[in-house]
Design a protein around this ligand. Structure first.
Ligand SMILES: [Zn+2]
Length: 342
């Protein structure tokens, strides 16, 4: 019998239920929706969760499709699923947990006697660390982003190779291989011996069909890679970024990008220009190195001009398969000039 919260399934069965994470203000119980798919055959346990950021719905869209599609009779091993992690944020379509104003993916490994987010983190971390592998489904919030899988444990971690293998198996084309901040599940779980990655399914908030399909394929690829289903895992070459060059707007105004996400960029290529509200040219920004146009952030910032120069980061990037490539993350850093990216 495999159990997660109130969901228990014997071999060849599936079950859904609730994972208790405390009580709400009026004393009613709070339970995250969970599912267990217990395969007929022996095999590893995979943990999958979605909506740790309450406004990121694509992961929920993936689970809605994947969970009923997997036949326990054809599965070797067990899948433990938390359908909605940020229960309270999801209700009001907010990124953070509004109960304690916390980003859940900074709260791991959590505390079972702590705040709302800490309790949710502790309950889901307990489930994640009972598994052999894990996927924490995200998307790029308001950023425009490529589909990428993130390896967050850092290159020196003993499970780095296994996390990278998972990212490679997920196969969405791009891998961000960069140590994440404290409190991320994809950082905390490897410390407990569980390879965990963070697929970022596109960059819009909402249910996006193309991103959901990439996520569904990714989960199925991982199941095949782990030998839990009969499929074959892909072996496509992917681009792996380990760091970025960032560019902020050098002048206040409106930004027009001249490259699309995923475009290869050579040194000196124009990335974006800045105009006044009335279309007068104010500035242009070009790439300092060869790379891939990776991400944009549509944010206002207010600060002094010139500060963005200090925010450039060293970058390095390699494609799986050994070819060396440059990468650029072109985004609006904190401390740049006031600008609206359009
Ligand atoms: Zn997220």
């Amino acid at each position: 019998m495999s159990t997660l919260g109130s969901a228990s399934a014997g071999p060849g069965e599936r079950a859904t239920g609730r994972l208790a994470v405390g009580e709400s203000r009026d004393g009613s119980p709070v339970g995250l929706p969970v599912a267990v798919i217990n395969g007929q055959g022996e095999g590893p346990t995979l943990y999958v969760q979605a909506a740790s950021d309450g406004d990121e719905l694509n992961g929920v869209g993936v689970l809605r499709r994947v969970v009923p599609r997997i036949d326990p009779a054809d599965l070797s091993g067990t899948i433990l699923v938390t359908g909605i992690v940020n229960y309270h944020g999801f209700q009001v379509a907010e990124h953070r947990n509004p109960i304690d104003d916390t980003k859940l993916n900074r709260a791991y490994p959590g505390d079972e006697d702590g705040t709302s987010s800490e309790r949710i983190a502790a309950a889901t971390f307990e489930a994640a660390t009972r598994a052999d592998y894990g996927l924490d489904l995200h998307q790029g919030s308001t950023s425009r982003m490529l589909h990428e899988t993130r390896v967050r444990c850092g290159p020196r971690h003993r499970l780095h190779g296994k996390c990278l293998d998972l990212a490679r198996a997920f196969d969405c084309g791009y891998v961000l291989d960069q140590k994440g901040p404290d409190g991320q599940l994809a950082r905390a779980a490897p410390d407990e011996g569980v390879p965990m990655i963070d697929p970022e399914l596109g960059g819009s908030v909402g249910l996006d069909e193309r991103s959901i399909e990439i996520g569904v394929r990714g989960v199925e690829n991982v199941l095949a890679h782990l030998g839990m289903t009969a499929g074959t895992a892909p072996e496509e070459t992917q681009i792996r970024a380990t760091g970025f060059e960032q560019h902020g707007a050098p002048a206040g105004g409106l930004v027009s990008f001249e490259r699309d996400l995923g475009d290869r960029v050579d040194r000196g290529d124009r990335l974006f220009s800045v105009t006044s509200v009335f279309g007068e040219h104010k500035a242009a920004v070009s790439a300092d190195t060869e790379g891939v146009f990776w991400r944009t952030r549509p944010r206002f910032t207010r600060a002094h001009c010139g500060a963005s120069k200090n925010l450039h980061q060293k970058r390095s990037l390699a494609a799986f398969g050994g070819r060396s490539r440059g990468a650029c993350l072109f985004r609006k850093p904190q401390g740049g000039c006031s600008a609206l990216l359009v």
